[in-house]
Design a protein around this ligand. Structure first.
Ligand code: SF4
Length: 311
């Protein structure tokens, strides 16, 4: 894939108390000090008044950095303009390094300190060139190895999902999300294990899928160590939320597009009983799914009505 126009967006944490306009003086000071290595910083364009617009753009010769709000969420968007050296994995990694480094610098700025933190559990990749990289399964497959390498470097582990978004008339866009939040021992709010439990849990789901004759089926799983939901379990097809040590709530029925909230299926499931909880669901999915139907859609269609009756 001969993609050069690489864009990567890191999202501001939802609790960040910052607006795109707050970036204007910071970006101007970056131009004065030529703050970013290997980039000639030129100008600041303020579109913050445009709803869901490009926000505030720091224009450089090589790329632009924007306090972007074009998809309805504020984040830092890096858009490469000039060609980079190396193969695609090196180019994607270099762009990822550029946006990460800028995000870290913004978090340290006096004017923004304590106002903005960027989410280290997800980012969006956009191929800003529909000619070399149309929004097709073939392009997505060609991009995956390079994007997976950059994601593994970003998250420092390989428990993440890549979700292609948008239609054929839109740019190829991929949402990359960590499967689990850090939880214990890093997060003081954690009630249960998450990042350290998720490899075992994913292995369990794989085994249950194999047993049900669904080997290779993709299910979007997200897990967190407490109900704060930092890894977005409430958007997952199968969401697991820590309630107390070794016990989790199970949510079902989110969708790939992230436009439908999952619903609570079971308030408290001990990790030791997770297989007993999930096995009948997956066997039922294998027997009663419509052709090509995903697990989340199946749960919304067939399991949700029973949850409502139970409530
Ligand atoms: S979901 Fe809870 S445990 Fe996980 S990182 Fe967020 S606050 Fe911490």
């Amino acid at each position: 894939m001969d993609l050069q126009r690489i864009s990567i967006k890191l999202y501001a944490q939802p609790e960040s108390e910052v607006e795109a306009r707050d970036f204007v003086p910071v970006f101007h000071s970056w131009i004065q000090n030529q703050r970013i290595a290997d980039h000639l910083l030129i100008d600041v364009a303020d579109y913050a008044h445009v709803p869901d617009g490009p926000g505030v753009v720091l224009v450089a010769h090589e790329a632009s950095y924007a306090a972007d709000q074009s998809d309805g969420e504020l984040g830092l968007l890096y858009q490469r303009k000039q060609p980079q050296a190396g193969e695609l994995p090196e180019r994607v990694s270099a762009s990822m390094q550029a946006v990460r480094s800028a995000a870290e610098s913004l978090e340290e700025e006096d004017d923004l300190k304590a106002k903005v933190q960027f989410d280290r559990r997800r980012f969006r990749f956009i191929a800003n060139d529909r000619l070399t990289s149309p929004n097709t399964e073939a392009s997505f497959a060609a991009l995956k190895p390079a994007l997976s390498q950059a994601a593994a470097e970003f998250f420092d582990h390989d428990q993440f999902t890549l979700t292609r978004q948008g239609g054929p008339k839109e740019r190829l866009s991929v949402l990359v999300e960590a499967v689990a939040c850090p939880a214990l021992p890093t997060c003081g709010l954690a009630l249960a294990e998450s990042e350290r439990y998720v490899p075992e849990f994913l292995g369990l789901v794989d085994n249950l899928l194999d047993d049900a004759g669904l080997g290779g089926e993709e299910i979007i799983v997200r897990m967190t160590g407490c109900p704060n939901g930092c890894a977005r379990p409430y958007m997952a097809e199968l969401g697991i939320v820590g309630k107390s040590p070794g016990k989790y709530a199970v949510y079902l029925g989110g969708n790939v597009a992230g436009t439908r909230l999952a619903r609570l299926y079971n308030q408290t499931v001990p990790a030791t009983e997770m297989a007993d909880q999930l096995r009948p669901l997956l066997e039922r999915f294998a027997r009663h799914r419509h052709e090509g139907e995903r697990f989340g859609d199946f749960c919304a269609r067939e399991v949700w009505p029973e949850i409502e009756i139970a409530i």
